[in-house]
Ligand binder design. Structure first.
Ligand code: CUA
Length: 331
């Protein structure tokens, strides 16, 4: 091959590499990484991207050079020269991708192994997904609707589901983990950035899927210790309110008394007015029917979207408390 041709190919490759590198670096494709695990995953992304840019530049250079040098004239109808395979070239273009793909697999395997290492003394937090809310159980027994984690400590989440398959995801922690009924999946997080990040359900789980959101807050270790100590001692919420939070009513309904602001289902502050409209017995009877058999009467303007499973999910005692609570707080 002529020296001139090699220089021309190199120029094409350099231009392609420069454009691809600028596209990769100048656009913020990834969220900030707020955990050690996210940093490692981002490293895999960049490692793979660098390889892709190298391969892309070579391919673009060869294509551009060929289009430029070997273009047929408009009136040239002759056949091209009869070319057979080139064994040496074929060995190279098989061997190099094989090595690159193997390198990506090895780096990924190392990162995956490091990311699932919870160390000897992780902070353990239970995560429960249910249509359509997240519930977090802390070591002091407290159950809350949001995730609070300490900075620079390994946190091991034990993720499961009450009903269908959900998936736990905090974009800034990068790694996703499915919440599967009957299974306990682990996810390790080592927060490295203070702040508040969204918790998102990333597995289509029903009509309220897009609303199945909470947040994760990363706090200094001392503040987390105080949180754990005090969380258990906070004045207990009324049993009805506890059931309201526990079964995720807040994700779809508005109720001032519970600071709930969901809008997918009817506004529970208007329950009295709705009960009169519906004319299906007393207020508590109407509320109970609406929970146990939500399809029986649909408030105009809404759809039959509420899971029909609460009748079997909520024990009778808690159901009574929940009905009382809603009846008391309806305006
Ligand atoms: Cu839970 Cu989507």
């Amino acid at each position: 091959m002529r020296r001139g041709a090699i220089i021309q190919l190199a120029v094409f490759a350099a231009i392609a590499a420069a454009i691809a590198t600028a596209t990769a670096l100048l656009i913020p494709w990834l969220p900030v990484s707020a955990s050690r695990e996210a940093q490692r995953i981002h490293f895999v992304y960049w490692f793979t991207t660098a390889i892709c840019i190298a391969v892309f530049s070579v391919v673009v250079a060869v294509i551009a050079y060929s289009v430029w040098k070997f273009r047929a004239r408009p009136d040239d109808d002759s056949d091209g020269p009869p070319i057979h395979g080139h064994t040496k070239l074929e060995i190279w273009w098989t061997a190099i991708p094989a090595v690159l793909v193997t390198a990506i697999s090895i780096v990924s395997a190392i990162v995956l192994a490091q990311n699932s290492n919870a160390g000897s003394n992780p902070v353990k937090i239970g995560v429960l997904g249910r249509q359509f809310a997240w519930q977090f159980t802390y070591s002091n027994g407290q159950k809350l609707g949001y995730l609070e984690v300490p900075l620079h400590r390994k946190v091991e989440l034990d993720i499961t589901s009450d009903d269908v398959i959900h998936s736990f995801w905090v974009p800034q922690f990068s790694q996703k983990q499915d919440a599967v009924p009957g299974a306990h999946n682990k996810l390790v997080i080592t927060p490295i950035k203070l702040g508040k990040f969204p918790v998102i359900c990333t597995e289509l789980c029903g009509l309220g899927h897009s609303l199945m959101r909470s947040y994760a807050t990363v706090v200094p270790q001392a503040q987390f210790a105080t949180f754990l100590k005090n969380a258990g001692k906070q004045p207990a919420a009324s049993p009805g309110q506890t059931a309201f939070d526990k079964y995720g009513c807040n994700s779809c309904h508005t109720l001032q008394a519970a600071s709930a602001t969901g809008t997918l289902g009817p506004d529970l502050d208007k329950l009295k007015q709705y009960a009169t409209q519906a004319n299906r017995g007393t207020l508590p009877a109407f509320i109970k029917e609406s929970i146990v058999n939500p399809g029986a009467y649909i408030q105009p303007g809404y759809q039959d979207q509420m899971p029909h499973t609460f009748g079997t999910q909520i024990p009778a005692g808690q159901l009574t408390q929940l009905v009382q609570y809603l009846a008391q707080n309806a305006k």
